[in-house]
Design a protein around this ligand. Sequence first.
Ligand code: PLP
Length: 219
Amino acid sequence: MIRENLAAIHQRIEAACARKGRAPSEVTLLAVSKLQPSSMIREAYEAGQRDFGENYAQELRDKAEELAALYVRWHAIGPLQTNKAKYVAKVATSFHALDRAEIAEALGKKRSTPLDCYLEINVAGEESKSGVAPEAAPALLDAVSKIENIRVVGLMCMPPMEEPEHARPHFRALRELARKLGLPGLSMGTTDDFEIAIEEGATLVRVGRSIFGARPARH
Ligand SMILES: *Cc1c(COP(=O)(O)O)cnc(C)c1O
């Protein structure tokens, strides 16, 4: 089933790219495996998937250890506390939720090679969400760019969950902000709206449920 789901998503990615004259190779599919068992990651891996996203630092640590024999690229995509930065620093190739210089300091200290990071932008100014306000992005970029082993490659957002089309202006705003800041990467779009995100320039889409099915509850 996971193999078929991945194939279907790749087709949809290709179709969205075709609508905008983009090459599908410009878009990385990140399989968001949070709360799903390692067996499902193996199954996706056997179908050719290499990039996996996890939200919780200890879960990432445990899965990376269990699957150490595989050539998985791990992406940490959830908010992070400084005391857990070591787990991410150790195994991740990228971190998508950078919104404080403090976290970048904690991550950089534990790395010997650069960690690719996306600044998380709170595009709709939602109080419940992490991320910095768009206006605060230039200052954050300045601050974290000075930190050793932190390499900012792009911006990330998680717009409000409404109708998929409602996300479009937020994706567009994120692209415009990235352009102004001179950042090439755009981590945006989930199961609900990844095609719209691609139409608006996403270079990486984070898709969970339509690959792995509904998520078990978090304990
Ligand atoms: C869970 C999660 C996703 C994936 O969402 P789906 O609805 O399962 O596709 C993407 N991005 C972030 C930051 C997430 O926490």
